[in-house]
Structures are given as C-alpha cells and as structure tokens.
Design a protein around this ligand. Sequence first.
Ligand SMILES: Nc1nc2c(ncn2[C@@H]2O[C@H](COP(=O)(O)OP(=O)(O)OP(=O)(O)O)[C@@H](O)[C@H]2O)c(=O)[nH]1
Ligand SMILES: [Mg+2]
Length: 264
Amino acid sequence: MYFIVLVGPAGSGKSYLADALGDWMEFNELSVARVNLDPAAEWIPYEPDVDVRSYVDARAVMRKYKLGPNGALVASVDMMVEYADKLREEIEAAGSNYVIIDTPGQMELFAFRDTGPYVVHEITRGHKTVTVFIVDSVFASNPRSLASTLLLALSTRLRMGLPQVTVVSKVDLLEPSRLDELEEQINNPSRLYAALIEGGVDPAMAEASARALEALYPEEESAPAPLRFVSALSGYGLEDLYAAIQQVVAGGEDYFTEEPSPRR
Ligand SMILES: Nc1nc2c(ncn2[C@@H]2O[C@H](COP(=O)(O)OP(=O)(O)OP(=O)(O)O)[C@@H](O)[C@H]2O)c(=O)[nH]1
Ligand SMILES: [Mg+2]
C-alpha cells in the first residue's frame, strides 16, 4: 500500500486533485482509496472511502465547545489523534494499493502543529508515503509569489518529514507564455534569482528563494524538475504527477507511459 498525502494552502486544489488523480489512476487500472482527513469539509468533489467526519466533525466541535472556525479545527485535529487507529483500520480494510489522503484547508493548523503530522505518521506507519505539496497557479503568476510559496513548500517538507513532490495546480488558468517562463525558472534556480532581483527583491531574499528551489529538487539526478504542472479540470499533467509519485514510492517501478495529454 502506498500513501499519497495532498497538502497545500486553503483553496489550492487539494480536494479536486484528490478526485482527478484518483479517477486517472483508476482509469489506468490502479486500485485507489480516497480518504478525507478534513474534519471541516462541507462538500468534497469525490466520494470518500474513508472519512474523518465519521469520527470528528469540526462544525459539531464548534457548536459543542463554542469555538470559532480556527479553534474548532485545531481541536478537531487534536481529536483525530484518538481515531488514528480506527482510520488506519478502515483504510487497510479498503484493501487498495494506493491511498490518496486529502487534508484540511488551513494547512498552518494541520501541517505546522504537532498533531497533524502525527496523525499522518500514525495512519501511514510502515507504508511508503509521499506528500504532494500544491502551489496554486495564482501564486505562481509572478516570481515573488512563486518564491514565497516555494519557501512554504520547503517548510512543509521539513514539518512533515516525508519525501515530497511539489505541483502547481490549476495550470489551465495560466497563460501558456507564463507557463513556459515558469518552467524555465523552475528548471534553473539562477533564472528565478534573476527574475526576483529584476522585481526589486533584496539579494539575500532572492538567494534564499533560489536555495529553497534547489532544496526541493529530488535527490536522484535522473529525476526531472522539482515542480510538476497539473490541472484537475483538464487532466493535464496527471500522468506526469503519477510518474513522480511512483518514482518516490516505488523507485520508478511500475512506471508506464502513454501519449502525453494536451495541456489544456
Ligand atoms: N480552473 C481550475 N480550478 C480548479 C482546479 N482545481 C480546483 N479548482 C477550483 O479551486 C477551488 C478550490 O479547489 P479545492 O480542490 O476545493 O481546493 P482545496 O485545497 O481542497 O480547498 P480547501 O480544502 O477548502 O482548502 C474550487 O473552486 C475549484 O473549482 C483546476 O484544475 N482548474
Ligand atoms: Mg479541500
């Protein structure tokens, strides 16, 4: 069993990607379980096989303990610790080869507190696991936003302590020219550095950002660039993302190729 944990800022496209990637994998005859680990989710675009809301519902926690939305999510994530074994059992009972885990939107309340990563580690214990950090294409629209999101991607990797693949989501919203520019900057940290300097960023900050990008590169030299581009809407890049995940969890074993999908 391999685990794929989707993390990223609020609204970055975690749930839609869970849906699209799951469908793509199933279409390619892989068995997938979808797990909703967001106790505050009101509506999700897929039918979860395992749902944390069966045990902890942030809205009920809000009412019961008279908390605001953030306090309720913090309390809910803490309460999830108690149910980690149950969730793990349910996931094992689903018996699929791949498990896609969708996580809460307020990632600073999930990834950056102790209980969120703890729950993930408890659920995935003993299984190969990869985090997919999602950069919303809105944040990739200019070098300064891109750099600050890359720093967040790096700090998430540090927090989760797991191998990580970073993706830019919703690429159907990006102009093709910006996409080309992005690919260039991502493939070459010195280009990102130059673009930041040109945009008036302090050299020390530009340097730190370029280093963050370098640190996101996969360890294997043969592996391609550290960021993938996907669209849950058009399906662009899902094969590429699957290949990157597969590279991490199975060292590229069981990798298969198909005709590349159109960008849009
Ligand atoms: N154009 C476009 N929109 C997308 C895509 N993926 C998601 N969206 C939109 O982005 C919004 C947020 O997507 P979600 O998948 O719910 O994002 P999330 O990270 O799960 O959000 P929270 O769990 O609320 O933090 C929705 O309105 C989606 O319609 C995509 O590939 N292309
Ligand atoms: Mg979501």
